[in-house]
Design a binder for this molecule. Structure first.
Ligand code: IVH
Length: 707
């Protein structure tokens, strides 16, 4: 085979694979088998390996993802990503429609499903996917292009014609129930915490560092809004149809409505049938169809006036409260959990519900034997939201909250201003001891394989383990002799324990389980102080001065290290060789060699310390104050006006976050560290379809067969 032929074949394969991806992921109508698809893909992968310079950055092989770690660079949205104002009742919706009609007269609306996922903005240039950015704070989001490329229903190259040279299209990344359930089954089997809902799962997946993982999570992308300067449509509905013709996945459950009654019929239809959809929806979005009218209506600071969301009522069920258990967590916090008569709710049988604290029990006057309403919110465990007083028994008695720990009998305490009761017996109360060890070995902490909750409990009961330091003194022979364990488990545990000695300092700090020091806070503290000794020696004020650490966290850290038992544990952990010092920062490039840099303001998704570390990693020197010696300033969100004025007076270049990243990522690339970082119709035909819509049956109107 000659080179020319191979390259032609590469282009052909790209085209074929794009075509079949669209058939499979967007049209749900595959023409070839998975196996045939994989064969074509393999052929293209082989050719790309042979001719790496010929590989298209948007090649279908990119959908497979890679295991290189992605760093998410923050990017400014060309057009801000706004949110929608919500309505919760027919009356509120009626008022909105009336306001709009009073303002601008007769209006045509487009009604769409409100997909419950995570918003995304895709930019296309010359028909190829250029960038995918999360919503972030609406002004700036994270560049997640590598991950989004793996989503089958996102076209990497557009089909058809008439698309602008440069435009953005917005939509939602969703995780269908089938993928969500599979993922949670896998997590359960691996002993990992379950994800609360498909929305969180989709958002979490998009931020995965390995695009290979994303590729296996079964995400989908549905689009609902176009933005750009060269768009020539008069109506939103036309833009959706055009986008469908270019290969985007546009929901068919979309309709044009011309009256409040039609909108209400659509809402009613989907409120009762949305459970039949393969993905989560939480309402209906109603948009003014005409772009001219949209412009007249304009926007408030947060949301457009030309669109509104109608939120579905969360599903709830009525059932009997049988009893209340009290769970004690690793911090000693007591949480009441309701035992219910089993009841069907949103596809699952509910037996338990959370009631957050004593105040909530008192506020709702919840009593044993009451008929209570349960709702599924964002969490896995549903919550009690109300009591049906009309069904209360005459002899029911107010609920009395416990005064003593159900596990160890200690008297509970309640700190002023805190909602929860606490068991103060942190060193002698079993769930607290076990909980701390379970937290320590967890995946995001020391990640010790082989040590799950049950094993820890067994080791504790056998007297082999009573605190986190004991983990490093475990005797394999003694473990192997325990029931249900054995030599293989013992070797496994030993291996996991040894491996954990390499876990970076920030995770060790998180693993200690200091109250209020979560995963992110631990990162900030580790990056600021660099060593455990420095943290232990810091005063309350020094701690509180570190980014993301307030008085409450500083107080908790002081308290933790003031405890002699904790200090003893720390010294033992040190002697076993755990990482108590942050790793040396890697030198990425020398692009900032000899440069004096001031980092100022707040940055999106990164601490100032991280920014400073990047300056050093690229050879630069961090300077605190603006002076004539400074080469440039990287300005974040709220750089002080005085500093800015001074810089301008001295003629010092001020870079924003994006410009700074462009500078260092170009250097990263040079130094080889790049890895880091439906129906085609014109307007006329569409208008003609608008006429046909009038004669559709109401059923067709509400189901959205119009698009
Ligand atoms: S339009 C300016 N259409 O809801 C409005 N949003 O609360 C642009 N969403 O951030 C959004 N389905 O993530 C629109 N059919 C739909 C939607 C939708 C879900 C989400 C979107 C947005 C949020 C607003």
């Amino acid at each position: 085979m000659n080179t020319e032929h191979d390259i032609l074949r590469m282009r052909e394969l790209e085209h074929l694979l794009d075509y079949h991806s669209h058939k499979y992921y967007v049209e749900n109508n595959p023409e070839i088998s998975d196996r045939e698809f994989d064969e074509l893909l393999r052929e293209l992968q082989d050719l790309e390996a042979k001719y790496p310079n010929e590989a298209d950055p948007n090649s279908p092989t990119k959908r497979v993802g890679s295991d290189l770690t992605t760093e998410f660079v923050s990017v400014e949205h060309r057009y801000p990503m706004m949110s929608l104002s919500n309505t919760y009742s027919s009356e509120e919706l009626g008022e909105w429609i009336e306001r709009i009609t009073n303002d601008i007269g007769k209006v045509e609306f487009v009604v769409e499903l409100k997909f419950d996922g995570t918003a995304i903005s895709l930019t296309y240039e010359n028909g190829a996917l250029l960038r995918a950015v999360t919503r972030g704070d609406g002004r700036r989001g994270d560049d997640v292009t590598n991950n989004v490329r793996t989503i089958g229903s996102v076209p990497l190259k557009l089909r058809g014609e008439g698309y602008p040279t440069l435009f953005e299209i917005r939509g939602e990344i969703i995780m269908p129930y089938a993928s969500f359930d599979r993922l949670n089954r896998e997590r359960e089997a691996a002993g990992e915490p379950l994800l609360a809902n498909p929305r969180n799962a989709a958002a979490g997946t998009l931020k995965q560092q390995s695009s290979q993982v994303v590729a296996h999570r079964g995400l989908e992308c549905t689009l609902y809004q176009l933005a750009g300067e060269e768009l020539s449509f008069e109506r939103h509905s036309e833009s959706l149809e055009a986008a469908r013709s270019w290969g985007f996945n546009i929901s068919r459950h979309t309709a044009i409505c011309r009256s409040r009654d039609e909108i209400e019929a659509f809402i009613e239809y989907w409120d009762s049938r949305r459970r039949e959809l393969p993905y989560a929806t939480d309402g209906i979005v109603i948009k003014v169809n005409s772009y001219a009218q949209q412009r007249t209506l304009g926007s408030t600071a947060k949301s457009p006036r030309w669109a509104v969301a109608y939120k579905f009522q969360a599903e709830r069920a009525l059932t009997k409260l049988l009893s209340v258990d009290f769970q004690v967590g690793r911090t000693g916090a007591v949480t009441p959990v309701a035992n219910l008569e089993p009841v069907q709710l949103a596809g699952t049988v509910v037996r338990r519900a959370s009631i957050h604290n004593a105040d909530q029990i008192a506020a709702l006057d919840i009593r044993i034997g009451d008929m209570v309403y349960v709702e599924k919110g964002g969490e896995i465990i549903p919550k009690i939201t109300d009591v049906e007083l009309s069904e209360r028994k005459a002899d029911s008695k107010p609920f009395e909250y416990i005064t003593h720990c159900p596990e160890c009998g200690s008297e509970l305490v309640r700190v002023e201003g805190e909602a929860k009761h606490f068991c103060p017996n942190s060193k002698g109360c079993k769930p607290q001891i076990i909980g701390r060890i379970v937290h320590f070995v967890g995946r995001k902490a020391m990640d010790i394989e082989g040590l799950g909750g049950e094993t820890i409990e067994l080791l504790w009961e056998s007297g082999l383990l009573s605190n986190i330091a004991d983990i490093y003194a475990l005797d394999s022979n003694k473990i192997a002799a325990l029931p249900r364990l054995g030599a293989k488990s013992a070797a496994n545990i030993q291996q996991g324990v040894n491996n954990s000695k390499d876990v970076p300092f920030e995770r060790v700090l998180f693993a200690l389980g200091i109250r209020f020091v979560g995963e992110t806070t631990a990162k900030y503290i580790a990056s600021h102080f660099r060593t455990l000794d420095a943290i232990m020696a810091a005063t309350r004020q020094e701690l509180a001065e570190a980014e993301e650490v307030g008085d409450k966290i500083a107080e908790s850290i002081i308290e933790y290290f003031a405890d002699p038992i904790n200090r003893d544990i720390i010294e033992r952990l040190r002697s076993y060789g755990l990482q108590f010092v942050a790793m040396e920062r890697r030198q990425h490039s020398d692009v900032l060699n000899g440069k004096n840099v001031v980092i100022s303001g707040k940055f999106i998704g990164r601490s100032r310390d991280d920014m400073k570390a990047l300056v050093e990693a690229h050879g630069g020197r961090n300077i605190a104050a603006v002076s004539a010696n400074v080469d440039f300033i990287v300005a974040g969100e709220n750089m002080g006006p005085a500093k800015r004025q001074k810089a301008e007076k001295l003629g010092i270049t001020i870079l924003n976050e994006e410009e700074f990243f462009a500078m260092i990522s170009a250097a990263d690339k040079r130094s080889g560290a790049a890895a880091k970082e439906g129906i085609t119709e014109g307007a006329e035909e569409s208008a003609a379809r608008g006429d046909i819509q009038e004669s559709n049956t109401p059923q067709e109107v509400v189901q959205g067969s119009l698009f």
